[in-house]
Design a protein around this ligand. Structure first.
Ligand code: UD1
Ligand code: MG
Length: 477
């Protein structure tokens, strides 16, 4: 048999890699190019290129076409983009890339941009297997329980690969084959160059299929090895159902890696963490929590349930529950929530608190300061160890301009203080509950703004008498 388990080995710089990413992805029914759809927060093409980059091949060519500008932005450094202006099939995509490669390389790896679960080790193993067997091509295949939609691997009498047939061109018998083509190959560069020009588009889809190169190699006496691998890695994304399947698998990989590093995830099935998120040891993540790319969470935190954290840095020993944070910088031992919304630009100092039904935006909150309940703190600088009473609001927007509120260290704001910005509350200053503060309160002073309270004796009884008619006067209810 000519199939091998993927082998590890070192690749040399005589290898060039071609990633095909020009297709529209019609079956996605999307305005976005298919390879830009995200898997655990990253566009598929970035995941594929991430694995490819780690191969340290001599050259990486990305074939772009649909949404070329957008896809190019995701390419990153060290990737040469070539444009396939008209998408005439995978064979044509490789033909376009070959023009860029010239004769400099000994071997060419080709892979699709829509199979984001592929691993570097598998790619490396494929190249090593081809070299070791001195084969003209190595094809990555796998056994799929449901092979619908994939090209099937057709083997001859001796079990050798003879050709690949696309589902739309396959006979009923060929459709029963479960071994599929993952669309990931390594070719001898010269053999590929000799066969790629001879492709025809006489098939169901009227495209130049790269898969036909295999039959051409075999009929020319060349040797093709099939390397069977993990079906997961072969999953291609052609529609939204496959996108969701791939996301689920990637999510499991991400969560498992975190758990292996000492993070407790209570219910991985309802925990959505993007690739690249870092979480420290002994942090516990509760269900229905979403942590997206660009976020870092420290050690011994308690995160969730029902929490969304984007682009934020969270220190150690923080508790964040039922809350939403975007673009925030949170120091150690901070309490957030339940039900807090921290919008971009918030910096919370060590030991501070943004409590229940608190919203903040571009607020810098000093260490030890508490904002425990029902507040809006926007465009504000708050010092250390201040206490912001329930219902306190910074009135930061007058309909035209945003203005800042400055609150000093150890300030004590009474409940329901309205701070009409721009305004400054000095260190150790106090505001009386219910005050609308429109002028600065100097250090150590009390700011009080209230109409004087008036008490009306006997008012309740008199009101009742008025309301109740003479015939019901005895009814004390
Ligand atoms: C392809 C394979 C199929 C395999 C499957 C695995 C062919 C003919 N078929 O089918 O055997 O089982 O992948 O997922 O190769 N692309 C271009 N230019 C084009 C056409 C496609 O760059 O002109 C790119 C696409 O953007 C995509 C990749 O090539 O990233 C594969 O194309 P796609 O249309 O998804 O092929 P499949 O039908 O999935
Ligand atoms: Mg595909």
């Amino acid at each position: 048999m000519n199939e091998e388990k993927p082998r590890k080995g070192k690749l040399n710089n005589k290898l060039a890699v071609v990633v095909m990413a020009a297709g529209k992805g019609k079956r996605m029914k999307s305005g976005l190019p298919k390879v830009m759809h995200r898997v655990c927060g990253k566009p598929m093409i970035e995941l594929v290129l991430g694995e490819v980059r780690s191969l340290k091949a001599g050259k990486v060519v990305l074939v772009v076409g649909n949404g070329a500008e957008l896809v190019k932005e995701s390419a990153g450094p060290g990737v040469k983009c070539v444009e396939q202006a008209e998408q005439k099939g995978t064979g044509h995509a490789v033909l376009v890339a070959m023009e860029e490669l010239g004769n400099e390389f000994d071997e060419v790896m080709v892979l699709p941009g829509d199979s984001p679960l592929i691993r570097r080790e598998t790619l490396e193993g494929l190249a090593v297997s081809r070299r070791r067997d001195s084969a003209a091509a190595a094809v990555f295949t796998c056994e799929m329980d449901d092979p619908t939609g994939y090209g099937r691997i057709v083997r001859g009498g001796a079990g050798t690969v003879t050709r690949i047939v696309e589902e739309s061109d396959a006979s009923p018998e060929e459709r029963t084959i479960h071994e599929i083509n993952a669309s990931t190959y390594v070719f001898d560069r010269k053999v590929l160059g000799d066969t790629i020009n001879g492709l025809s588009a006489e098939n169901e889809q009227g495209e130049y299929y790269l898969t036909d190169v295999i039959e051409n190699i075999v009929s020319g006496g060349g040797r093709v090895v099939a390397v069977r691998g993990d079906p997961e890695e072969s999953l291609g994304v052609n529609n939204r159902i496959q996108l969701s399947n791939v996301n689920e698998i990637m999510r499991e990989r991400v969560n498992n890696a975190l758990m292996m590093n000492g993070v407790t995830i209570l219910d991985p099935r309802t925990t959505y963490i993007d690739q690249g998120v870092e979480i420290g040891r002994d942090t516990v993540v509760f269900p229905m929590t979403f942590i997206s790319e660009g976020s870092t969470i420290g050690e011994k935190c308690s995160i969730g349930p029902s929490t969304k954290i984007c682009n934020s840095v969270i220190g150690n020993e923080c508790t964040i529950e039922y809350s939403w944070l975007d673009g925030c910088d949170v120091a150690d031992e901070v309490l957030v929530g339940p039900y807090a919304k921290l919008r971009p630009g918030c910096r919370l100092g060590a030991g501070s608190k943004a409590g229940t039904f608190v919203e903040m935006k571009e607020a810098r909150i000093g260490g030890g300061t508490k904002v425990p309940h029902l507040s809006y703190i926007g465009d504000a600088d708050v010092g250390r160890d201040a206490n912001i009473g329930a219902g306190t609001i910074t009135c930061n927007y007058d309909g035209e301009r945003k203005s800042r509120t400055l609150i000093g260290n150890r300030a004590f704001l009474g409940s329901d203080t309205m701070l009409v910005a721009p305004v400054k509350i000095g260190d150790d200053a106090v505001t009386a509950a219910g005050s609308s503060i429109t002028r600065d309160v100097p250090e150590g002073s009390l700011g009080i703004e209230r109409a004087e309270q008036k008490n009306v004796p006997g008012w309740r009884k008199r009101k009742k008498k008025k309301r109740v008619g003479p015939e019901t006067r005895n009814n004390t209810d």
